[in-house]
Design a protein around this ligand. Structure first.
Ligand SMILES: [Cu+2]
Length: 735
């Protein structure tokens, strides 16, 4: 049958549900970026697949931030961070709660602020396909997550046919954004033969601080003695020297493929307007080896990857302590691997099974700088270890042409540990007391997690399909949630990946989070999937042992910290319970057929999510307020243009325990146009056309200038503003 044949044909299907991959295959022809959303929130039809790509290809040309590729996917929102490091959230759950993979390898960040988040290691120019599994995803996709999965893939090798001579191909591109004078380039060359392909790629991106629209006047600017930035300049938002280099070798014959990739990313500087430090150096080396083979009975994948990260942060030039700040160093090694297989038991039955492992080792220390920070180095996490071993089995059955089911079970075992620590030990009693208490505590933890998923799809006819499913997903606490130990305010403030400016303390006693999620979706369209389509997904998730926070009331934490309703506070991670629910709506309609004046299509997207802490009655942190996008797309031959309106409601339901700051609602307009020739593509865009001022709802607290090492050094209550108007241009060439 059709579905089974497609599975057998495609290597990439090891991780992807068959009907969706069929859709992806069709969509590849339309657009260089294919965003598929299989599973319950996803698309069983080709037409609605296209609808999740709202201008994605055009936007790729203007950015060095791969997470931005996801910004038009229903149910996905982005936490603001550094200029190339946005952190995705799916249905209100972000960051470590999502399984993120680049060409199959599960990358990890190595920084107490998650500055080098997994997607920051990919330049958008390297990305050929992004697959988003939201909410209820099959267990074969990955474990150790409660929010879903994001899989970034580079282009598969293309060998020459019989009798053809070796083929050299290449590409190059560059973009410029007027706001911040952002500039980037990429180039690559590929030599392909009958059995082998060799490729090299390089990309680079940089930007000055971006500017908010008029109206941004950070409170108390200059008062703290920091550099006096112009009122509209967003401090610590610049980045430069972000360079990716990748060498790839692929060998293939008769359905067998072996791929070796060596890559290195160096980032010279990346500012973080919502952190108290900036990344002043990051060096990431990645080795990936992957084998895939297809056989009559199914297919196999074996994978090995090794990631070595050296990370350094300190105060950048916009900050008060620039040059005399406090260096913080992180070193991490991640060894990962997998062995998976898909076996066709019959025309109707497919079994997916496999084992995966990951060994992650982390060192996080702050060298002495004298004064109150010395004479010893401060060890935030010493010899942290997080080692995982997973096994899964999953059964997919097509009962009838209209009915498809997938059920699976997965076991994830996570072993965490860390060595004893020490503080600066400069005579302040707190360092020694906190360290002694941490060192006396047993720190090794073994988590035995079990995940389940069951999905059902019903496609009664060519104009609609329904999906529904249940999953139980678990995630063990990260090392940065279990092991940071110092109740000293300055030390705690440096442990923060929320971007809210608060200080965080680890908790060795944390248990894994377990999410029980139910999701249903419907997909309605015309039979030919040409004139209209609407897709709706509703979901609810109950998370046991959700890792939230409580106010610190021990050690060096002050009594005032407990009751403060404003200002930055110190928090300890704790297990509580939480509930999230929401709705994603997307659709498109062909308003005017292609005649001499071209075709006109209207597209729309609406996301709603609500997250509550059931233990405390508080709201969950950084939940994207109700938001919508409406766009008109005009196409005439190779010329394509989009006018987009983006509306976001005010963020009122804020996390009280974190003193999260509300943000106002706003409307923005964007214009983009592109023309494509045989060997070239030109893109032009104006973002934030009317230069409206707005605050990023998920951008966190503005900490980009001033004295960031104390809770009171920077005025509280200013969210990071969004960028003002930018005129963008990009040119891409290929041969
Ligand atoms: Cu960092």
């Amino acid at each position: 049958m059709r579905i089974a044949r497609i599975v057998a044909k495609r290597l990439t299907l090891l991780l992807v549900m068959a009907p969706c991959a069929a859709a992806a295959e069709d969509a590849v022809k339309i657009d260089p970026i294919v965003v598929t959303a299989p599973g319950l929130t996803g698309d069983s039809s080709d037409a609605s697949l296209g609808a999740t790509v709202l201008g994605g290809a055009a936007r790729r040309n203007f950015t060095g931030d791969s997470a931005r590729l996801l910004q038009d996917i229903p149910g996905v929102s982005l936490y603001g961070a550094g200029g190339i490091s946005s952190i995705p959230a799916i249905h209100g759950l972000a960051d470590d709660r999502i399984d993120i993979r680049v060409d199959g390898a599960e990358l990890t960040s190595a920084c107490p602020n998650h500055m080098n988040s997994p997607l920051s290691y990919s330049n958008p120019a390297e990305v050929s396909e992004v697959t988003v599994f939201s909410g209820v995803a099959p267990v074969s996709v990955g474990g150790d997550n409660i929010a879903g999965s994001i899989q970034v893939k580079s282009a598969p090798p293309k060998f020459t046919g019989p009798g053809e001579t070796p083929r050299l191909s290449g590409e190059a591109g560059s973009y410029f954004r007027s706001n911040g004078n952002a500039f980037g380039y990429h180039f690559g060359a590929t030599l392909a033969g009958r059995l082998a392909q060799l490729s090299y790629r390089e990309s680079d991106s940089q930007s000055d601080d971006y500017k908010a629209a008029g109206g941004f006047k950070p409170v108390g600017q200059g008062r703290e003695g920091g550099p006096l930035l112009p009122g509209d300049q967003v401090g610590s938002s610049a980045y430069h020297g972000a360079t990716n280099r990748e060498l790839g070798l692929s060998l293939g014959t008769g359905g067998q493929l072996l791929q070796l990739t060596l890559s290195r990313q160096t980032v010279g500087f990346e500012g973080f307007p919502n952190q108290r430090m900036d990344m002043t150096d990051n060096d990431n080396r990645l080795f990936k080896l992957r084998y895939t083979g297809e056989f009559e009975w199914g297919d196999l994948e074996a994978r090995l990857s090794y990631q070595d990260t050296r990370h350094r942060m300190d105060m950048g030039p916009d900050r008060f302590f620039y040059g005399t700040g406090m260096p913080m160093l992180t070193k991490a090694k991640t060894l990962g691997g997998a062995f998976k297989g898909n076996v066709f038991l019959s025309e109707k039955d497919l079994i997916r099974s496999g084992v995966e492992f990951q060994n992650y080792t982390l060192y996080d220390w702050w060298p002495p700088v004298g004064g109150s920070m010395g004479p010893n180095a401060f060890w935030n996490v010493d010899y942290g270890q997080r080692n995982k071993i997973d096994a899964f089995v999953e059964w997919e059955r097509r009962w009838q042409p209209q009915w498809l089911s997938i059920v699976g079970v997965r076991s994830d075992t996570v072993l965490s540990d860390a060595a004893p620590v020490q503080g600066y030990d400069n005579g302040l009693a707190g360092w020694g007391t906190d360290a002694a208490s941490f060192n006396a505590h047993g720190r090794r933890r073994n988590d035995y997690n079990v995940d389940l998923s069951a999905l059902l799809r019903y496609t009664p006819d060519a104009t609609l399909s329904y999906e529904g499913g249940y999953s139980r997903k678990s995630r063990s606490p990260s090392l940065y949630q279990r092991y940071p130990w110092s109740t000293n305010a300055m030390a705690a403030l440096m442990n923060n990946f929320a971007g809210d400016g608060n200080g965080y303390l680890g908790n060795v006693e944390l248990r894994p989070e377990v999410a029980n999620t139910i999701s249903v979706s419907g997909d309605w369209h015309d039979g030919a999937k040409e004139s209209w389509g609407v897709k709706a997904t509703a979901y609810v998730s109950y998370v046991e042992d959700y890792i939230d926070t409580r106010r610190c009331d021990f050690g060096q934490c002050s009594a005032a910290n407990t009751g403060a309703t404003s200002g930055f506070v110190l928090l300890e991670y704790v297990n509580q319970s939480a509930e999230l629910h929401g709705l994603d709506l997307s659709g498109q309609a062909l308003l005017r057929k292609g005649d001499p004046w071209g075709s006109l299509t209207g597209t729309g997207l609406l996301n709603y999510v609500r997250g509550r802490n059931l233990t405390t009655g508080d709201n969950l942190y950084n939940i994207m307020p109700l938001n919508a996008k409406l766009a008109l797309v005009h196409r005439l031959g190779s010329w394509s243009s989009t006018a987009e309106l983006q509306g976001v409601a005010g963020k009122r339901e804020v996390s009280r325990v974190r003193n999260e700051v509300p943000t106002g609602g706003y409307w923005l307009a964007h214009l983009r146009t592109s023309y494509e020739w045989q060997h070239a593509r030109l893109d032009l865009g104006i973002e934030n056309l009317f230069n409206r001022f707005y605050s990023l709802p998920l951008g966190g607290a503005y900490l980009g200038q001033g004295s960031s090492m104390t809770t009171t050094g920077i005025p509280w209550g200013v969210p990071v503003p969004g960028p003002g108007r930018s005129i963008d241009v990009a040119l891409n060439l290929r041969f």
